[in-house]
Design a protein. Structure first.
Length: 94
């Protein structure tokens, strides 16, 4: 009988049963979505973190921290990143 492989999704499902973990996970959703969208747009534009940083007048380290969700990004920097992509920032409350 084959053993089922324990995946990262299995681990997440288990971890989300812990109320403290679930609260922290849900609180990070906005940062996750910002990071995910920046990474996706940067890759679609075939830009490196350094390319984006130069165009957004910041450093590669700052872009890296935003993408890793270890830095809170200001609206000013988000606007500069959007300009570097040739787009605009759109904020929506749900």
């Amino acid at each position: 009988m084959a053993r089922r492989i324990y995946t990262v999704h299995d681990h997440l499902e288990e971890s989300l049963k812990d109320p403290a973990f679930r609260t922290a996970w849900e609180a990070s959703e906005v940062e996750y979505q910002v990071a995910r969208q920046i990474i996706a747009k940067r890759l679609r534009k075939k830009m490196t973190q350094g390319d984006l940083a130069t165009k957004a007048k910041t450093t590669q380290a700052v872009i890296s921290r935003i993408e890793r969700m270890t830095e809170n990004v200001s609206m000013d920097l988000l606007k500069r990143i959007a300009t570097a992509f040739g787009t605009r920032v759109k904020v929506q409350f749900e």
